[in-house]
Write a protein that binds this ligand. Sequence first.
Ligand SMILES: Nc1nc2c(ncn2[C@@H]2O[C@H](COP(=O)(O)OP(=O)(O)OP(=O)(O)O)[C@@H](O)[C@H]2O)c(=O)[nH]1
Ligand SMILES: [Mg+2]
Length: 256
Amino acid sequence: MPVGHPGVGRVLVVIPTYNEAENLPDVVARVRVAAPAVDILVADDNSPDGTGALAEAMAATDPHVNVLHRPGKEGLGAAYLAGFGWARRRGYDAVVEMDADGSHAPEDLPALLAAARDADVVIGSRWTRGARVLNWPLRRLLLSRCGNLYARLALGMPVSDATGGYRVYRSTALTAMELESVCSQGYSFQVELSRLAHRAGVRIVEVPITFAERERGASKMSPLIVAEALWRITTWGLRDRRAAAWPGRRVAGRWP
Ligand SMILES: Nc1nc2c(ncn2[C@@H]2O[C@H](COP(=O)(O)OP(=O)(O)OP(=O)(O)O)[C@@H](O)[C@H]2O)c(=O)[nH]1
Ligand SMILES: [Mg+2]
């Protein structure tokens, strides 16, 4: 009898949380209905609103739900890396990234997992044919479109939604991706992982999703997070160009 999801294996959905008490129960319940065989790990950064305790209560009644309590707010990237490590130590075959705010519809998860049968990384994309983005203000649409255009041009990646955070990674891909070099704290984490996957030569596919603006709770998006992404994408782009111009030359440190 095969274990987990057909063609993919044992799947862990990692949901990073910071003050998502209003959203988490609904998202967890929807994941359990949409993909009953997957396990869930809530990676909570000691949310002041009690999200961690709420997750603990769900875990107490459902063996598919687990909680990773982290000491304090360290950013999305650190929470995901801790979740990936948790999955690796327990032998999961694939890890899913999903936001807790309802923007990533759990109902799209079966399509992402189906695509993972023939791919190493599946990106739930807002910017491929068939995708829908609901209730996003114009400034967020523009930020996402321009950010993705810049990332694609700077990094030369054939990915239309490099900033999207609804993804499936096969564990073999994560192993190939040099995660120890990851330095992003905020949402540039998604671009950084796209770049590492592209550089590792793993198979990346994009699947259209329906993305909706959060209805409850506060966004953690900030000008600092946008600035980090811009800075890092520029740095990686310059570094890649320098490496292409002088192949074989050793590049010291993190500066391009
Ligand atoms: N553990 C942890 N989770 C975080 C942190 N920052 C954000 N998150 C979670 O990461 C997910 C995405 O955060 P959001 O605030 O929705 O960010 P976003 O989706 O880029 O921005 P919006 O479109 O404005 O919602 C949510 O589940 C957050 O709770 C953090 O520092 N630690
Ligand atoms: Mg969000």
